[in-house]
Every structure is written in structure tokens, then in C-alpha cells.
Design a protein around this ligand. Structure first.
Ligand code: AMP
Length: 604
């Protein structure tokens, strides 16, 4: 079978994921890199080059090396964002006849969709070659703030790359999907995404399996490269001091400094100190080589970049304020984007939210992984995946009259525990049967029985007196334990079941749909069963009186009761609810008469 893909099409970097068995995996480039710079360039042979290879040409072929194309998607040339971005890039951004921002690449004006399409085509090829399979559907992620035009542009780009897009989803939502096993309850989640060039904070509501972005704020010019710039400044300043002359690096030197700066910055996420070494940084007067070598500490880096982190924290606060939600109400904070690995980020978020942020999954891969999961959920191959955190269908037991007594409603978040007290339906009943059911229908017999067990040894008592506590317990893996306990004696019986197995999302949908369709009909049948039971019970009393106290009823009365009992017996064979209900009324009248007769005898 052809594979599905999840693609995180990032401003700085992209990532491709797919499902390998039950787990998400990443498709590496031929150079073994799991993260692919979103860069397209052209080499001397006039062939397109991509990713790391293209990025290396940023200096040598700057006018034909397109990076950050995502910033141009669906945007007008005259917009302030594009005007600001133009100053940062060496390639040419031009105004198309319709006012859109286009670029000049390899001598031709191209739309951002075309450039993105060329890049996505490369990702498509990488995936096909790596998996040695055709690609079926793809889910692509976009920032939550992307408008329709930007989403449409992304789709067009994918289409140009020959990819079939089954859905475009929001990046923060994808990150949460990847964390689905840990989303053990409905609530609000914060996704903090600090990438190479952009920052986004989104507050996402997860409710009844549905994700809804409640607020999202971004700064399209705040990311890892700003952190790098602070380290670059430090290197230039330190070198200038050592050289006692101001260092004015040319492009090539600047590139080497930038690489050393990023390397040190990343190292300081894991170590307290980093040694920044740039051999042959320049020549001193007298042609003496100058090698830069200085220690940079984490504290120094934090000091130099703390206002950048504070800017993100300010935006997080704004995103919360916009929906009037205090930070403490957020269930979890999820980290996305390479720069979010900086320890200062975690510390500040911990201070704000009162809980450490989640970074169990690689922040640079988590969005692609979520997209891959979503692509498989859409084709129904990932069973119960999103539903794992909730019970996909209601659970309960069979009660008197074929009634399904729900104890756990569908979509309840797990793990959970619920119980309900039941009683016996017959006098001196010593055994109760617990039939564990799953489904949405009102009638027990129309639902799926997951198994049954009996509780034996209930002490002799009139019906309705014993108290049987039926408890359901579902653990985080969806395993259900059902127990029944006689409260008086403490006798307990239980069984374990795994109810969700084998149900695809489609099956669940069908079951829910059927329950809605049959609700009316089920209720009628339930009503009929209850009517019958009541009628049988009331008739029994009247018959008992007739047979045992015949002398107390006059002849006319006797024949009236007999004829009524005959009609009842016949009606009980049929399904005429109106007739049964009329007869029940008549039988009840007889019983009331007998009751009052007995009462007056007793009083007299
Ligand atoms: P992304 O766009 O999500 O791939 O993020 C790329 C940015 O994350 C770049 O600026 C990297 O320098 C930065 N980055 C990657 N790993 C780390 C790390 N361990 N600590 C700090 N920044 C990092």
C-alpha cells in the first residue's frame, strides 16, 4: 500500500514524517539530516539544489538562493512584512501584475507557490526514494495565523509538486496530535513555537477529540537567528577588543562567525560553557594570523538574549489575556522549534505557568510527526489513536427490561473510575449477572457485549433490598476493569476487558449514527418491554386475589376479572403498546379496588 506523509513546511527548516508500524519516523536527506533547510538554489550546472547543499550557497550564489519563501506565501508586495523582508534577502523580490510578491530565481520571475512547489517536489522525491514506495496522501502544516490565501497557496505548491493533500492543518494542532498519548484530558494547551526565524504562541482547546485554536499570536521576525546575532555581536566585539581595532568582517568571514555563533549557542543548551574557536579569523598587522578562541558561558548567553526571551513571554501573556485565561489554567505547555530548546525558555515558561513545559518529543520534529499521524487518522489506519484518551463508546451494563444502563458516557477522558448501585429484581435472588456492554443504543440487546460474569452469594432478601455496587475502572491504556460488590457482605467479582480493540473510527461513527437513527424505535421497544413487565406484575396480584379470595368478589366482579385476564394474556403476545397501556390501567383499577376492599375489611 502507498504511504501517507506528514510535512512540516517551515520558514527555516522542514521535516518529513511517516508512520512506520505504529510509530512515527522521519525521512532523512541523502546527507543523513532529519531537518531540511527550506532553501532552494541552483548550482553551476544549472540544476536545482536543496536543503543543506542550497544553504551552503547562501554566500557564493546569494541572488539565486531562495530562503524564507514561506514569508511570501499569499502576500502582497506592498505589505509592510514583505517590504521589511526585502531588506534581509540578497535575492530579488518583485511585484507581480496582481500585486503579489514574487521572486526572481534563475533568471525568471516565479511565484512563491512555484518555489515552494519546487522544494516540495524535492521532499516528495526524497520520501519516494527513501521508502521505495509511492506516496498516497499528505498532510501539510501551516501556522495557525495563516489566512485562506496563504493556505490556498500552500495547497497549490503541493499540487505543483504532485502531492495529494488530504488536509492542511495548523502547526500547533499537529504538535498536540503528536503528543496525543499525553493529552489525558480536555482543556487548554499552550504551544510555544520558537523556530529559526519566527515565533508563534497558540492556545489550543482540546475538547471531545476536537482541537480548536483559541488564540494565536506570532512575531514573524523573532527566532533563532536573532539569538545568533547576539553571539555574533559578542564575537565581533571581543575580537575587536583583543585586536584593538574594530573588526569589519567581509561576507565570507561573517559567515564563519555566524556558524561558530550558532554552534556555541546550541552547545550552551546542553553545557554550561562553550569554547568558541575560529581559526584564522583575520590577519593582524604584519600578516600575523589571528585565531579567535574564547569561552562563552550559558549565563553570558542568557544575559545577552534575555530580552528576546522576554519578548516571547510578553506575547504568551497577551495570547492568554486575549481569551481571559490565567496561565495556571493551561494543562500543558508544549515546546516546538529548535530555539525552544534553550534552557532559559523552559525556565521562564515554568515560572509563568507553574509547570515545566513538555519537550519529550524533539521540538523540531514534533509538527511533522503530528501531521503524519493526522494523515493516517484520515485514512483510518491509525485506530483509536485520537480516541485513545477518551472512551470511544459508552460503557455500561444490562438492566431489567433489556435496558442499557450507561455508566460511562462516550468521550469520557481516561483514566477514570465510575460506579453505580444496582439491586435485585426478584425476592431472595442470590445471583446477579453482570453483562458488560459497549455502544450507544438504548436497548441492551442492540449493543456489543464485552463479556459477562456473575456475582454469587447475595444473602436472602426481598427484591430491591440488596445493594450491588457496579464499578468501572479504565486505565490509561484503555483497559477496563468491571467489578460488582455486594455492599452488605463485601463479596466481589470482577473481570478485565479491552473494549476499544478492533474498532476503527468509521465503525465508531457508524455505531453513533445508528444509535441516533434508532433512538426513537429503541425507546418504543423499551417502553413496550416495561409496559409488559408492569402489566405482568399487576396482573399477578389480581390473579392471586381472584384465586385465593374468590369468595370476597361477587360473581359479576369475578367474570369481569376473568375476562380481563384473558384479554391481558392475549395482548401480552402482541406488540400493541396502546392496548397494553389501556389494559394496564384496567388491571390497576381492579387492583386498587381489591386493595381498598382489603383495607376496609381490615378496618372494620
Ligand atoms: P527550526 O526552524 O525549528 O528548525 O529551528 C531552528 C533554530 O533552532 C535555529 O536558529 C537553531 O540555531 C536553533 N536551535 C536548534 N537546536 C538548538 C538548541 N539545542 N538550542 C538552541 N537553539 C537551537
Amino acid at each position: 500500500m502507498a504511504r501517507n506523509l506528514g510535512i512540516d513546511l517551515g520558514t527555516t527548516n522542514s521535516c518529513i514524517s511517516y508512520l512506520d508500524g505504529a510509530k512515527t519516523a522521519i525521512i532523512p536527506t541523502n546527507e543523513g539530516s532529519r531537518i531540511i533547510p527550506s532553501v532552494v538554489s541552483i548550482n553551476r550546472e544549472k540544476q536545482h539544489v536543496f536543503g543543506q547543499v542550497a544553504r551552503r550557497q547562501l554566500l557564493s550564489n546569494s541572488r539565486d538562493t531562495i530562503w524564507g519563501i514561506k514569508r511570501l506565501m499569499g502576500r502582497k508586495f506592498q505589505s509592510p512584512e514583505i517590504q521589511a523582508f526585502r531588506r534581509q534577502v540578497a535575492y530579488e523580490i518583485v511585484e507581480a501584475t496582481n500585486g503579489d510578491a514574487h521572486v526572481r530565481f534563475a533568471g525568471r520571475v516565479r511565484s512563491p507557490e512555484e518555489i515552494s512547489g519546487i522544494f516540495l517536489d524535492y521532499l516528495h522525491r526524497l520520501a519516494r526514494e527513501y521508502l521505495n514506495e509511492e506516496i498516497a496522501d499528505t498532510v501539510i502544516t501551516v501556522p495557525a495565523f495563516f489566512n485562506d490565501a496563504q493556505r490556498q497557496s500552500t495547497k497549490t505548491a503541493a499540487h505543483l509538486a504532485g502531492l495529494k493533500v488530504s488536509r492542511i492543518i495548523n502547526e500547533p494542532t499537529a504538535a498536540l496530535i503528536a503528543y496525543n498519548e499525553q493529552l489525558n484530558r480536555d482543556g487548554l494547551y499552550a504551544v510555544y513555537d520558537l523556530g529559526g526565524g519566527t515565533f508563534d504562541i497558540s492556545i489550543v482547546e482540546f475538547k471531545e477529540e476536537i482541537f480548536k485554536v483559541r488564540s494565536t499570536i506570532g512575531d514573524t521576525f523573532l527566532g533563532g537567528s536573532d539569538f545568533d546575532a547576539r553571539v555574533i555581536d559578542w564575537i565581533v566585539q571581543t575580537a575587536s577588543e583583543e585586536l584593538q581595532q574594530s573588526l569589519k568582517p567581509d561576507d565570507q568571514t561573517h559567515q564563519r562567525i555566524a556558524q561558530a555563533a550558532e554552534k556555541a549557542k546550541i552547545e550552551l543548551s546542553h553545557h554550561e560553557e562553550a569554547l568558541v574557536t575560529i581559526p584564522y579569523l583575520m590577519h593582524r598587522s604584519g600578516n600575523e594570523a589571528y585565531h579567535f578562541q574564547r569561552k562563552l558561558t550559558r549565563t553570558e548567553l542568557e544575559h545577552a538574549t534575555s530580552n528576546l526571551v522576554e519578548r516571547t513571554i510578553g506575547l504568551v501573556q497577551r495570547a492568554l489575556d486575549e481569551i481571559n485565561v490565567p496561565a495556571a489554567e493551561i494543562e500543558q505547555v508544549i515546546l516546538v522549534g529548535g530555539q525552544s530548546r534553550m534552557p532559559l525558555v523552559s525556565r521562564r515558561l515554568n515560572e509563568l505557568f507553574g509547570k515545566p513545559p513538555q519537550s519529550k518529543l524533539n521540538p523540531e520534529e514534533v509538527v511533522a510527526k503530528g501531521a503524519a499521524l493526522q494523515s493516517e487518522i484520515l485514512r483510518g489506519r491509525v485506530k483509536d489513536l485520537l480516541l485513545l484518551d477518551v472512551t470511544p463508546l459508552s460503557l455500561g451494563v444490562e438492566a431489567k427490561g433489556d435496558k442499557f444502563e450507561k455508566i460511562i458516557e462516550r468521550n469520557s477522558t481516561i483514566p477514570l473510575k465510575r460506579s453505580r448501585v444496582f439491586t435485585t429484581i426478584n425476592d431472595n435472588q442470590q445471583v446477579v449477572k453482570i453483562n458488560v456492554l459497549q455502544g450507544e443504543r438504548e436497548l441492551a440487546s442492540e449493543n456489543r457485549s464485552l463479556g459477562e460474569f456473575t456475582l454469587v452469594g447475595i444473602p436472602l432478601a426481598p427484591k430491591g433490598i440488596p445493594q450491588i455496587d457496579v464499578g468501572f475502572e479504565i486505565d490509561a491504556n484503555g483497559i477496563v476493569k468491571v467489578s460488582a460488590k455486594d455492599k452488605q457482605t463485601g463479596i466481589t467479582q470482577s473481570m478485565k476487558i479491552q473494549p476499544a480493540s478492533g474498532l476503527s473510527p468509521e465503525e465508531i461513527e457508524r455505531i453513533v449514527e445508528e444509535s441516533n437513527r434508532f433512538r426513537e424505535q429503541d425507546m418504543q421497544r423499551l417502553h413496550l418491554t416495561q409496559l409488559r413487565e408492569n402489566l405482568e406484575r399487576e396482573t399477578e396480584t389480581v390473579r392471586f386475589f381472584l384465586e385465593n379470595h374468590t369468595e370476597k368478589i361477587d360473581l359479576a366482579g369475578q367474570s369481569e376479572i376473568r375476562s380481563l385476564l384473558g384479554k391481558v394474556a392475549k395482548a401480552l403476545q402482541g406488540e400493541d403498546a396502546a392496548l397494553l397501556s389501556r389494559l394496564l390501567e384496567r388491571v390497576q383499577k381492579q387492583r386498587n379496588r381489591i386493595n381498598s376492599q382489603l383495607m376496609s375489611e381490615f378496618e372494620s
